[in-house]
Design a protein around this ligand. Structure first.
Ligand SMILES: C[S@@+](CC[C@H](N)C(=O)[O-])C[C@H]1O[C@@H](n2cnc3c(N)ncnc32)[C@H](O)[C@@H]1O
Length: 279
């Protein structure tokens, strides 16, 4: 995947791109990131990119000229590299809210262009004329689009096949689309050594070596945690026969101090029935 980022602060991205899964993806040749400072496309000697809003009001608005010129340059570069048409994303608190399903959709794209705002945001003719779709990281306002853009880059990168080491990649993470009918549950609790720490023990089932029992326990724990913390997610959950029989055989929710190898089924009360290359 190629990602071009248009920003006034390219240096903000560099440390993030040099670490973790993003670095690994770049080293494996699965991710090719290019940073572009659109101030470099300003038309005057002061390198101005913003101006006062028409009609008055506080703050400054990013002008069309530098962004259009930078966008055109980026598209020409991508085409020269053999790509056709980017999916353009403008980071904005007014956009479609980012979630795992949106990231999964973006991760299938060969080419993304991310445009980061500042000040009071952009002249609306940038969105309208260049066909940028707006993406929000939540219902709050940050001072710039750099952290939202990094959120998109990170979230998308770990979904590119081959980036994560585990065989099923991000498949068991919270919000990942489950195998059982497209549900998106929170992940259940995880443990590592030691077996006992300050009187807190690891559930016996995880030590049993019974892969079927472990899988059933994990599914039940995920459903329980989702019911407790995000019952809204259960409204679209598809319940399997195993879920139903697990619910019937359970009288109490499984917990951290569980000492039996039971699947520890959850009770889901609210269940709904179902221009610098960093490649
Ligand atoms: C101070 S904000 C501008 C907010 C704008 N005046 C409004 O009320 O919608 C400056 C820039 O930060 C970025 N930004 C701020 N909050 C964001 C959010 N929740 N999601 C995505 N980008 C955001 C956008 O790129 C935005 O252009």
């Amino acid at each position: 995947m190629r990602i071009d980022v248009l920003t006034l602060f390219p240096q903000v991205f560099e440390p993030f791109l040099a670490h973790g899964q993003i670095r690994i993806a770049r080293e494996k040749g699965l991710l090719d990131v290019h940073l572009h400072d659109f101030r470099g496309f300003a038309a005057d000697r002061h390198r101005s990119v913003d101006d006062k809003p028409y009609g008055g009001g506080p703050g400054m608005v990013i002008m069309c000229g530098p962004v259009y010129a930078c966008d055109e340059d980026v598209v020409a570069r991508g085409r020269a590299a053999g790509l056709e048409r980017p999916r353009r994303l403008l980071l904005s608190p007014q956009g479609r809210k980012l979630d795992q399903a949106y990231l999964e959709e973006l991760a299938t794209e060969p080419w993304l262009v991310l445009l980061c705002g500042h000040y009071e945001g952009f002249d609306d003719r940038i969105r309208e004329g260049l066909g940028y779709e707006e993406v929000s990281v939540g219902d709050y306002v940050l001072s710039g689009g750099e952290m939202p853009a990094l959120t998109v880059v990170d979230g998308v990168t770990r979904l590119i096949p081959g980036v994560l080491g585990a065989p099923d990649g991000a498949g068991s993470d919270s919000f990942a689309q489950g195998s059982a009918g497209g549900d998106r549950l929170l992940e259940g609790p995880q443990y590592t050594r030691p077996r006992e720490f300050r009187g807190l023990t690891v559930p016996e089932v995880l030590l049993s070596g019974d892969h079927g029992a472990v899988a059933a326990w994990r599914r039940a724990q995920a459903r329980q945690r989702t019911a407790e913390r995000r019952p809204d997610l259960l409204e679209t959950t598809h319940f399997t026969d195993d879920d139903r029989s697990s619910d019937r055989s359970s009288s109490a929710p499984a917990g951290r101090r569980s000492s039996t190898p039971s699947a520890g089924a959850a009770t889901c009360s609210s269940a709904g029935g179902s221009s610098r290359s960093l490649s």
